[in-house]
Design a protein around this ligand. Sequence first.
Ligand SMILES: CC(C)(COP(=O)(O)OP(=O)(O)OC[C@H]1O[C@@H](n2cnc3c(N)ncnc32)[C@H](O)[C@@H]1OP(=O)(O)O)[C@@H](O)C(=O)NCCC(=O)NCCS
Length: 170
Amino acid sequence: MALDALALDFSICLETPDLDQRILALTDHAFGPGRYVKTAERLREGAHILPDMSFVALDGDRLLGSVRMWPIDVREGEACERIAFLGPIVVDDACRGRGVGKALIHACLEAAFAKGLRAVLLVGTPGYFLPFGFEKAKDITLPGPVDPNRLMIHYSQPGLAFTGRVSKAV
Ligand SMILES: CC(C)(COP(=O)(O)OP(=O)(O)OC[C@H]1O[C@@H](n2cnc3c(N)ncnc32)[C@H](O)[C@@H]1OP(=O)(O)O)[C@@H](O)C(=O)NCCC(=O)NCCS
């Protein structure tokens, strides 16, 4: 059986609408209902994922993991930058630590930057996201409280810095 093998056999594909309920079930199982009260959820509720940069990991028909991306704006005065908000990222607890999460992150970052977005923002564990090139976000505020150490941003190239208030893109 694939999950018992040393190397996990999986493919990374764009999310499709039929997977929505299974992704929600996987996410609810990992995070519990408490996730709905988090500030990050204010940027997702009522919004639509970015379908060309939200991915799933599949082993045949089995859903192993998911990463979702959402359109957000960072505004400072007249300046407004459309970027992506990453999350949730979740991997089935039966197959963690085998590179599924890493493959999902690489896929969504590559897709976001290929589409011309210049940054990806998230709220997450620094120890996990720093190796992918995320850094602590400076002078960016979300529509609610967030641990500043967990607010992280990945720019498409060195030298960029977006600051201001984040809101759902409409
Ligand atoms: C976090 C999560 C998505 C990681 O997925 P995964 O498939 O187990 O991760 P990977 O196997 O791709 O690990 C990639 C690297 O991150 C490391 N890593 C994994 N989980 C980590 C954690 N919680 N903190 C720090 N590093 C971590 C791995 O050791 C690996 O390092 P390596 O490349 O040096 O070997 C998964 O554990 C999960 O779904 N957790 C519950 C939901 C969650 O917490 N999501 C993230 C919110 S911040």
